[in-house]
Design a protein around this ligand. Structure first.
Ligand code: NIG
Length: 280
């Protein structure tokens, strides 16, 4: 990231652009404060569900003069893509919580009796959750002074096979728009068409409909259009398909392997800008 705002803590990275596009990168962080790390079952489990290499994959967003907001803090500490009130993203279905107690696969993250209590969760919220959302709100407000219409693009990835969360193998592209509520259908339609024209499997508002970032920031009536793209990891890394171990996950980033998918992502972000500028 460039142009870090000196007033923000080191872990919160804000690249201020002028284009009508805010790129949110909430889950690539691997930093865990020592006092929390000591309570965790394993350093590898604590980072297993990071959105590995997504900040590198979308590095080109800076060339589009997008605003990029990223936290370096691990989602294991607190997940900035969950409702801070604790309400589940998918009531009745398996998911992970605001301060997750398990990995996606269901392995306990904490040593026995070491999971955070309500006071500790509130502290993590003040320290790490609120500043991330304040940064997103501040950047949206700044850009709204320049542009009538903005796109907020929330970047994610997940392993292709996680039986606890979904059956079978996840499509490579999973577009979430809070079931059509977080952005204009024309934007969703264009992004879906670009995903499909890449020849990769694509789902829209399937297992992943958009998390708290998409749901809370998308206000199409006010000119703020939010969408989430959840990529299955095999689309950009040589992912082991099946259970993973410390020896096999994460697969290192390989720019040549990721290049075809990155090209599609470039077209998608470009289309977001065309949409925002045309809607002026
Ligand atoms: N890789 C991360 N995935 C998102 C999915 C949000 C959703 O369920 O739509 C997350 O867990 O926050």
């Amino acid at each position: 990231m460039t142009d870090r705002d000196g007033a923000t803590p080191d872990w919160l990275q804000v690249r201020r652009g002028q284009a009508p596009l805010v790129v949110s990168i909430p889950h690539t962080g691997t930093e865990i404060p020592d006092g929390i790390e000591a309570k965790l079952a394993s350093p590898w489990l604590a980072r297993k569900d990071a959105d590995w290499w997504i900040d590198i994959l979308y590095g080109f967003a800076a060339d589009l003069d997008a605003t990029i907001v990223r936290t370096a803090i691990s989602r294991t500490v607190i997940d900035v893509n969950r409702d801070p009130s604790g309400v589940s993203l998918y009531p009745g279905q398996a998911t992970t919580e605001l301060c997750p107690s398990t990995t996606f696969d269901g392995e306990p993250l904490y040593r026995e009796g070491q999971a955070p209590d309500a006071e500790e969760i509130a502290l993590r919220r003040t320290r790490y959750f609120d500043p991330y959302h304040q940064a997103l709100h501040a950047e949206i407000a700044r850009l709204k002074q320049r542009h009538r219409t903005l796109v907020v693009y929330d970047c994610h990835s997940i392993r292709s096979i996680i039986p606890r969360l979904f059956e079978g193998t996840l499509p490579v592209f999973n577009l979430g728009t809070n079931s059509g509520r977080s952005c204009h259908p024309a934007l969703a339609g264009t992004v879906e068409a670009l995903c499909r024209s890449s020849g990769r499997e694509t789902a829209v508002n399937g297992r992943f409909k958009g998390g708290y970032i998409t749901r809370s920031l998308g206000e199409p009536d006010k000119g703020v259009h939010a969408l989430q793209i959840e990529l299955a990891c095999r689309g950009y890394v040589d992912e082991p398909l099946g259970p993973v171990s410390e020896m096999t996950w994460p697969t290192p980033f390989d720019a040549a392997y990721a290049a075809p998918l990155r090209e599609t992502l470039g077209s998608i972000l470009h289309a977001c800008l065309v949409f925002a500028r045309a809607a002026r």
